[in-house]
Design a protein around this ligand. Structure first.
Ligand code: SAM
Length: 262
């Protein structure tokens, strides 16, 4: 199939075999896995994954791509297609419906909604074994950044509080049809075990991280003024004169806990 890729759906179809093979080998699918692919497109990853795992659930928003996926999967394995916006798919309920405790999620993501998809997935982290995503390289760099780095920010903190972030390899624009304007990279995300996850109110953590990085050149005392005062910041063992980019992810958890308790 060679449909005209739709810009509005963020369609950049992967065609270079060696990158397809590297992604499938990084995922290393097994027949016991419950695999979920976000945005199967024309099936570049779907068919090799299906061959290896025997079954796969794919979530695709573009109706026009579904007949091709259905027609070509019959001889390969058991493909279930959920025709929906991935942001509306409840992964925890999907795992429960399938009678499995965990899903393995993969996808060459539509870049126009990559951050909302990442946040949606981490909301369901407890029902996910791992995720392998193709994203803009710049986004992967932000996800994996350490405190002090120029690109360390909201995405780095929120992702690292939920998952181990492991950048795997870069993929050049020429590997896709049409080529995107940016470089891409594949990343593995492994949700933290229950005992390693923080126990602060997730909405409070998010509000603090968002406010802290919205004005990243300001001191925390100023940036968090609407949420907590300097004394509360000190109670969390954080210097109100520090800037958000110098704080480790756990520092934001402590800030969230102080305010929740008061
Ligand atoms: N996996 C294919 C590949 O590697 O060639 C296609 C990847 S393409 C970058 C992104 C895919 O996500 C497209 O098939 C697109 O139609 C689909 N998509 C876009 N927005 C979506 C959404 N909100 N929910 C589910 N799928 C979506």
């Amino acid at each position: 199939m060679s449909a005209r890729p739709k810009k509005s759906f963020g369609q950049h179809f992967l065609h270079e075999r060696r990158y397809i093979e590297r992604i499938v080998s990084a995922i290393s699918p097994r027949p016991t896995d419950f695999l979920v692919e976000i945005g199967p497109g024309e099936g570049a990853l779907t068919f090799p994954l299906l061959t290896a795992a025997g079954k796969l659930t794919a979530i695709e928003l573009d109706t026009d791509l579904i007949p091709h996926l259905q027609a070509n999967s019959a001889s390969v394995g058991e493909l279930s297609i959920i025709h929906a916006d991935v942001l509306k798919v409840d992964f925890t309920a999907l795992a429960q419906r399938q009678g499995v405790s965990h899903l393995r999620i993969a996808g060459n993501l539509p870049y126009y909604i990559s951050s909302p998809i990442l946040f949606h997935c981490i909301d369901h982290a407890a029902a996910i074994t791992d995720m392998h995503f193709m994203l803009q390289k710049e986004v992967v760099d932000r996800m994996a950044a350490d405190p002090g780095s120029k690109v360390y920010g909201r995405l780095s903190v929120m992702l690292q509080l939920a998952c181990r972030v492991e950048p795997l390899f870069d993929v050049p624009p020429g590997a896709f049809r049409p080529p995107p304007k940016v470089d891409s990279a594949v990343v593995r995300l492994v949700p933290l075990a229950a005992e390693a996850r923080h126990d602060a109110d997730p909405e409070r953590v998010y509000a603090i991280v968002k406010a802290a990085f919205a004005q990243r050149r300001k001191t925390l005392g100023n940036a968090l003024r609407q949420l907590m005062d300097a004394d509360a910041i000190r109670l969390a063992d954080v210097d109100p004169k520090a800037r958000a980019e110098t704080l480790a992810p756990e520092d934001f958890v402590r800030l969230a806990k102080v305010t929740t308790a008061s």
